[in-house]
Design a protein around this ligand. Structure first.
Ligand code: AMP
Ligand code: MG
Length: 438
């Protein structure tokens, strides 16, 4: 049985002509699981931004390496809090100063009754376990006093290893390197990390009516916008992109381009020509070259989509995963976000957390929204934060599946789930935010 047929057979109630969004997502996660890129390379820490870790990063040391102060103030023995004077103040003698990077090495460490002036980040003197912040303190002729009630023993001390313990995994294989992760690795003194090689993704547009930039306009033709949105979406994922241009509706040209794409890339994204009843040759050529499924998905926009595996001409290397997206520019973006993006993240080697869809935000719809139950709808929305109240979302203009201007104005997609019906003004809805993705 072909791989596509095998996965389809394992999905309960699989019907290529009426597939729910969830079914597509689980189909794709089964398809991509076996095809994760396996090569890795070491890169300098800065170059690891947005890359996927190929191995766990184990901490070679405690972070922070020593107990230190969280405040500017005075370190002392917390037991002294039990011995205030009649006025309720702890009174101590100041024995010296500990600066960040310059520990206090005076004798009499840990002496009860002694305090050491200490700066944030400075090593805690041995035997002293509590820091009283500057603002509670009065210092008079080398004598420190502060109200005992202001703090408890152990306050304002950071422990060695409280961020990371020596020998523990600071980051996991499959994590994507965020700015915070770069900082964490740097805090371990590690200058280079092993990352998965970049995923190579080839893309092209299909259709006789599609013009490349620079071509002059002619009746009935439109400029190719999909190659630019797809480029942007892929670049944001950190893929190595291969732009194969616009391909005419000609079986030989389509076949040659698809084979070239499969030989050069791990994944292929095309747009146009996959609707049922299309007059063009795209579907036939895909079917002829690969192990394919053609779907009608219960969603809007983005009903038609093709998915499959195109074998490489080189023996011994796995097939390329083909995503045949619809032609309409907004349908391309929505199907990319819903299906292609999570699938590519998995192919890149992301673990479950790193490949997870961004969390949905709950927002109050400012207007009623018409919605047909039995399909998932994505509407372009503009979310605005409100102080002390749930955010509000307004539908961002014309929702036609070819209208990119409303996509540009939107900062998220209102996700109207499969079973959901009409939404009243003032009702809460889920929104997939675009931050950093679109
Ligand atoms: P199709 O899925 O090929 O039937 O295309 C659906 C609609 O999307 C048609 O109006 C096409 O002209 C339009 N379209 C297809 N490909 C592109 C593209 N690359 N850029 C802009 N519009 C496109
Ligand atoms: Mg077409």
């Amino acid at each position: 049985m072909s791989r596509i047929a095998e996965i389809a057979a394992a999905l309960e109630g699989y019907d290529p002509n009426l597939l729910g969004v969830d079914a597509v997502q689980s189909f794709l996660s089964r398809l991509t699981d076996a095809l994760v890129v396996s090569d890795s390379e070491p890169v300098a820490l800065r170059d690891a931004l947005d890359r996927v870790l190929a191995r766990d990063i184990v901490s070679p040391m405690n972070v922070p390496p020593h107990d230190n102060s969280a405040m500017d103030g005075f370190a002392f023995d917390g037991a002294m809090l039990e011995r205030p004077d009649a006025a309720g103040n702890v009174v101590l003698q100041v024995a010296g100063t500990a600066l960040a990077g310059m520990p206090w090495r005076g004798d009499g460490d840990g002496r009860q009754g002694a305090a050491v002036k200490i700066m944030t980040g400075a090593v805690m003197p041995v035997g002293l376990d509590t820091v009283v912040p500057q603002e509670f303190c009065r210092v008079d002729a080398g004598n420190l006093s502060f109200p005992a009630a202001a703090l408890r023993a152990g306050d304002n001390r950071r422990f060695a290893g409280e961020d990371l313990r020596q020998g523990s995994a600071a980051l996991r294989r499959g994590d994507r390197m965020s700015p915070a992760a770069l900082g964490l690795v740097a805090s371990l003194g590690i200058p280079e990390v092993p990352v998965q090689r970049r995923l190579r993704v080839a893309y092209f547009s299909t259709g006789d009516e599609i013009l490349s930039l620079g071509e002059s306009v002619r009746p009935g033709a439109v400029y190719d916008s999909n190659r630019f949105t797809v480029f942007g979406l892929l670049a944001r994922l950190g893929c190595e992109v291969i732009d194969l241009g616009v391909v005419r509706d000609d079986p030989e040209a389509l076949s040659a381009t698809l084979q070239r794409a499969a030989s050069e890339a791990d994944a292929i994204v095309t747009s146009g020509g996959v609707s049922v009843g299309e007059a063009d040759h795209t579907r036939a050529v895909m079917k002829q070259l690969g192990d394919m499924a053609f779907w009608r998905i219960a969603m809007r926009p983005g009903r038609p989509m093709a998915v499959g595996l195109i074998p490489k001409s080189v023996q011994g290397s796995g097939p390329a995963v083909l995503f045949g997206l619809p032609g309409n520019p907004v349908a391309v973006m929505v199907t990319f976000l819903a299906f292609v993006r999570p699938a590519l993240l998995r192919l890149m080697g992301c673990n479950e957390d790193a490949a997870a869809a961004p969390p949905l935000l709950r927002a109050i719809s400012t207007t009623p929204i018409r919605k047909k139950a039995g399909r998932t709808e994505y509407q372009r929305g503009r979310v605005e934060a409100r102080r002390g109240a749930m955010p509000e979302v307004s539908i961002a203009g014309n929702q036609g599946s070819g209208v990119l201007s409303s996509m540009v104005r939107a900062n998220g997609l209102v996700v109207l789930h499969h079973e959901q019906g009409n939404v009243a003004a003032g009702e809460a809805v889920d929104v997939m935010m675009f931050d950093g993705i679109v």
